[in-house]
Design a protein around this ligand. Structure first.
Ligand SMILES: NC(=O)c1ccc[n+]([C@@H]2O[C@H](COP(=O)([O-])OP(=O)(O)OC[C@H]3O[C@@H](n4cnc5c(N)ncnc54)[C@H](O)[C@@H]3O)[C@@H](O)[C@H]2O)c1
Ligand SMILES: CC(C)=CCC/C(C)=C/C=C/C(C)=C/C=C/C(C)=C/C=C/C=C(C)/C=C/C=C(C)/C=C/C=C(\C)CCC=C(C)C
Length: 615
């Protein structure tokens, strides 16, 4: 980066840090662009920002060209924090001593890495940012601890086979204390339809039937069909569907359940709902139920995915980790370290190194190269095949994927700290608001998601305050080509409209209770989550054949695997955790840590490839 000068005044230790950057045009460029999340922020910054600022300062001080670090104690504290989430600096390795390199430490990447580590593999995770978790990370400001993304955690209970987050933590000897959420979501919908998704299934059904008494039978049949699928899923041991010894073993042990899943694999929730339900308001409600987990309506949502979430919330229930969602990734990262593998932060992978068409390593933006027997990418498929590999050599399978799936929009997120008394007593933790027109459900800024995690865990905000995380779909195109001033003004304007809507629908007096507010746009998501266009994940271009077209973890490139939401079964923390489990199993088999059969492998992989072409 050249000639940067940093000066850290003593105010560092009391939580504010003023950084003065002097120097070349690049610095001035960063100075102009500095935003609330910017590692090179100029002005007051706290906590995690401070961490970024300081770690830059340390780098500069080490590399020495004009760096001045005036408060070494603070630097040491910050280094300890980086250390506590995993390893610090690692030299490049030219001779390939790792079994697997994982690009990215989202939940998908971390689950793949930890599962491999417990099987005995030596893994290196390379994360661009300064903490683990990606969209399941956290950040701290002014005494508030915010979840970067969703605060609704499926798969986090203590029972069944589908509690994949609990299991992933347990695999590395970790367990988090959780707080049960009595209501998954409180829906506030057109025609004054208000529905609470109670933890108890019978209470939920009773409430829904009370709103649509003429559809009692249809409601029971539709949700009943979801249970049939959920129970089949829940009876299986979950591993890679691309590994034939396991897959055929499951068919042998649980033939009925596997056939049930095979039957529903190409189906969508909306068409099944229409078999039983006629009321258009109720069908729209089921659209909203699906939209919050898939960003598309029920007709486009795979039935297996819908069943998973519509039942897990009652089976294991939604549980929130004490200390926030970020604790999950932090614990996985620590568990990885405990098992002899490593995670390296500020490690921006810019390309995947190929040798005779096989993935053998990666190159970082600072020039370091790391080699391994296999490479797993937790970046989206658009980033993996469009940036880390040369876009012009797009394999046929990826071309097909991009024909069937497009990037879902990103989000506009508003993180706020408010006075506690603005919330009526018994306010639920999660809300979904669509005021008067069902046709706005999927439109940008149409529906509003709201989470108030301090309803469950008050330690996330100073006493007498609450956190509000408000988000709504928004596309990157809406935010590009604006001057800094216009960009900031637009953020304020759009946020103001959303907050006014919530003030009108839910919390009178909301605006005057705001003590802290920070707005992130799709550009923020793109920048800090390294996701192309800031996308939330893939969504089907048209009506998909359920999950049939969704690729698993192997790719057309030998030695390269993908994990995360652009793999089967798609978006969602629990979904990417499953993709991590599947990926680790397939990689472990290929590395010789698990049983495999070359003959069966090639037959199954060909069959699955062919099935995808039918989607
Ligand atoms: N966006 C949200 O609001 C939100 C919130 C919570 C959970 N989720 C769920 O989490 C899912 C995503 O999880 P995931 O595991 O697929 O991924 P992720 O996007 O959460 O994490 C990917 C990680 O990879 C890192 N990365 C990407 N490219 C890199 C590169 N070139 N070099 C180094 N690091 C790189 C990113 O910094 C990030 O930490 C989403 O589908 C969503 O359902 C989303
Ligand atoms: C292979 C073949 C061909 C065949 C065979 C058959 C079989 C055996 C099959 C099997 C299958 C399986 C196993 C499957 C599995 C699946 C799964 C696990 C799935 C899962 C899913 C999940 C999901 C999707 C999830 C999601 C979630 C989400 C997204 C969430 C989100 C949330 C949010 C956003 C929040 C909201 C908030 C508010 C409202 C505020």
């Amino acid at each position: 980066m050249g000639t940067l000068s940093f000066m850290f005044p003593n105010s560092l230790l009391d939580g504010t840090c003023k950084i003065v950057a002097l120097g070349d045009s690049k610095t001035r460029y960063n100075k102009q662009r500095s935003s609330c999340f910017d590692p090179l922020r100029i002005g007051n910054c706290t906590d995690q920002q401070q961490l970024c600022c300081l770690s830059w300062g340390v780098d500069k001080a080490k590399g020495r060209r004009g760096g001045t670090v005036s408060n070494l104690k603070a630097v040491v504290d910050v280094d300890k924090r980086v250390e506590s989430y995993g390893s610090s600096d690692v030299e490049g390795n030219e001779n390939g001593s790792y079994d697997a390199i994982v690009i990215g430490s989202g939940i998908g990447g971390l689950v793949a890495a930890t599962q491999l580590a417990v099987k005995g593999a030596k893994v290196l995770v390379l994360e661009k940012y300064v903490i683990p978790g990606g969209s399941s990370g956290f950040y701290e400001r002014d005494g508030y601890k915010f979840d970067v993304g969703s605060s609704v955690m499926f798969g986090f209970s203590d029972k069944g086979n589908l509690n994949l987050i609990t299991q992933a933590l347990a695999a590395v000897g970790r367990k988090l204390e959780v707080i049960p959420d009595p209501t998954t979501v409180h829906f506030h919908l057109p025609n004054d339809l208000s529905v609470r998704i109670h933890r108890e299934y019978d209470d939920f059904i009773e409430e829904l039937v009370s709103k649509f008494p003429h559809e009692k039978e249809g409601i029971i049949k539709f949700y009943g069909e979801c249970w049939k699928i959920f129970n089949s899923l829940n009876s299986l041991e979950l591993k890679s569907l691309e590994e034939p010894i396991y897959l055929f073993g499951q068919f042998f042990k649980k033939p009925l359940e596997c056939l049930t899943l095979a039957y529903y694999l190409p189906q969508n929730a909306g068409s099944i709902a229409r078999k039983y339900i006629k009321d258009s308001g109720l069908l729209s409600f089921i659209d909203a139920e699906c939209f919050i987990v898939s960003t598309v309506n029920a007709l486009q949502t795979p039935m297996i995915n819908a069943s998973m979430v519509l039942c897990d919330r009652h089976f294991g229930g939604i549980n929130y980790p004490v200390g926030g969602v970020g604790e999950i990734a932090k614990s996985l990262a620590k568990g990885l370290d405990d098992h002899g593998s490593q995670i390296l932060y500020r490690a921006n992978v810019t390309s995947i190194i190929l040798d005779n068409g096989k993935a053998v390593g990666v190159k970082l933006s600072d020039g370091r190269k790391f080699y391994a027997k296999t490479v797993v990418s937790n970046a989206t498929r658009w980033d993996t095949f469009g940036k880390l590999l040369k876009a012009e050599n797009l394999p046929k399978e990826e071309e097909n994927f991009q024909k069937a799936y497009v990037k879902a929009p990103s989000f506009l997120s508003i993180h706020m700290g408010v006075k506690a008394d603005v919330l009526p007593p018994d306010t639920d933790c999660h809300h979904f608001v669509l005021e008067d027109d069902w046709t706005n459900l999927e439109k940008p800024y149409g529906s509003i998601f709201l989470s108030i995690p301090t309803v469950l865990d008050s330690s996330l905000a100073p006493e007498g305050h609450h956190i509000l995380h408000i988000f709504t779909t928004s596309s990157i195109e809406d935010w590009e080509g604006l001057s800094r001033k216009d960009y900031e003004a637009k953020k304020e304007l759009v946020a103001e409209r959303i907050i006014s809507r919530l003030e009108k629908t839910l919390f009178p007096g909301l605006k005057s209770s705001i003590l802290f507010k920070e707005v992130g746009t799709p550009k923020t998501h793109r920048r800090y989550l390294a996701r192309d266009s800031g996308t939330y994940g893939p969504m089907p271009r048209g009506t998909p054949k359920g999950l049939l077209g969704m690729p698993f973890n192997t790719t057309a490139i030998d030695g390269l695997y993908c994990v995360g939401d652009s793999c089967f079964p798609g978006q969602g923390v629990i979904a990417v955790a499953f993709s991590g489990v599947m990926c680790a199993h397939r990689v472990a088999a290929d590395l010789g840590f698990e049983k495999k059969s070359d003959v069966l492998d090639s037959a199954l992989l060909r069959l699955l490839g062919w099935l995808r072409t039918l989607a």
